[in-house]
Design a protein around this ligand. Structure first.
Ligand code: DC
Length: 214
């Protein structure tokens, strides 16, 4: 039996930071499913494919070989992780992620990875759809201001020039689309443990999760 840990929650709740640390501690492969939706968005924008053009989107995804190496997404042999955090990708990704055909293809790839490796996955539908049989499900939350502040710090530390207000606005817009879309909206799985990370430091959240898993 493969081990799988599911981490869901809205943008900026700390999912990826926490998941990467737990992956190292428990020797799991970290699968950043948001990066996969972002990669589809990036490639679609580059090829000028609208999220409404289902046929073109489907064949685009069929040509994308995605896997993870050292927490980074490798697309057709190239590490594209850096490109995935641009504001252009961030502000368009929710539109592409709400397309049922896109979700179906990415969920299939994610489930295939979870059968092959011991994984910790973060996203929006991991506990409810992708790893719905996992015994270890966590739902991280934090206030939208706190989440925007974290994302702002992260992008600034990567040398990007971004305004806090722009990030907060974008985050609220994405939260709305992610929680209101018809297919697999962001919601806490009934059997997930909810952790509000506002005011908690990283170690505090990691330890809480490790305690539950052990
Ligand atoms: O985690 P993130 O901010 O990089 O995710 C980018 C977008 O992808 C997010 O707005 C919603 C979508 N997403 C999703 O719909 N399902 C997932 N499992 C992961 C991300």
């Amino acid at each position: 039996m493969r081990i799988s840990v599911a981490i869901d929650g809205p943008a900026g709740a700390g999912k990826s930071t926490i998941a990467k640390i737990i992956a190292k501690k428990l020797n799991l492969m970290y699968i950043n499913t948001g990066a996969m939706y972002r990669a589809v968005t990036l490639e679609a924008i580059k090829s000028d494919i609208s999220f409404k053009d289902i046929d073109k989107l489907s064949s685009l995804i069929d040509k994308m070989e995605m896997h993870f190496e050292r927490d980074n997404l490798i697309l057709n042999g190239i590490d594209i992780q850096e490109e995935l955090s641009s504001l252009q990708v961030s502000s368009n990704v929710s539109n592409y992620a709400q397309v049922p055909e896109v979700r179906e293809k990415l969920v299939y790839l994610q489930q295939k990875m979870s059968k092959k490796f011991d994984v910790i996955m973060d996203g929006r539908d991991i506990g409810t759809v992708v790893l719905k049989d996992s015994p270890y499900k966590f739902f991280l939350t934090a206030s939208s201001e706190e989440r925007a502040r974290r994302r702002h710090e992260e992008l600034i530390s990567k040398g990007m020039k971004v305004e806090f207000d722009e990030i907060l606005e974008d985050m609220k817009k994405r939260d709305f689309i992610d929680t209101h879309r018809e297919t697999d909206p962001l919601r806490k799985a009934d059997d997930a443990i909810e952790i509000d990370t506002t005011g908690l430091d990283i170690d505090g959240v990691v330890n809480k999760i490790l305690e539950y898993i052990k």
